[in-house]
Design a protein around this ligand. Structure first.
Ligand code: SF4
Length: 97
């Protein structure tokens, strides 16, 4: 199986009222490197420079923690930013490996 095929087997029980990652999309527009848009294996962060639009969706997150380490705002839990594992029983359900 390809990596995309393996990822497609995963399922998510999203906690829509309590997202486990919170960011400030307006503030993210001002980030110099926007490393999250490159490091996230699930491509949850997207930056469209032409439309001046930064988007993020916690549903589909693999809970790998990469974004937490490349983003100083997330790592330091700065105002408007937080990273936690999903609440008990929520989040990703791995079906393959
Ligand atoms: Fe993407 Fe990993 Fe961050 Fe989830 S924890 S949003 S999969 S980089």
């Amino acid at each position: 199986l390809s990596m995309d095929d393996r990822l497609a087997k995963n399922r998510f029980d999203s906690d829509d009222h309590n997202p486990h990652i919170i960011i400030d999309k307006e503030a993210c527009k001002t980030c110099d490197h926007k490393a999250c848009t490159f490091c996230c294996p699930a491509e949850r962060y997207k930056w469209d420079a032409q439309k001046d639009k930064f988007s993020f969706d916690h549903v589909g997150c693999l809970e790998c923690g990469n974004c937490r380490y490349v983003c100083e705002r997330l790592y330091r839990s700065m105002t408007g930013y937080s990273w936690n594992y999903p609440s008990q029983g929520k989040g990703i359900i791995f079906r393959e490996g």
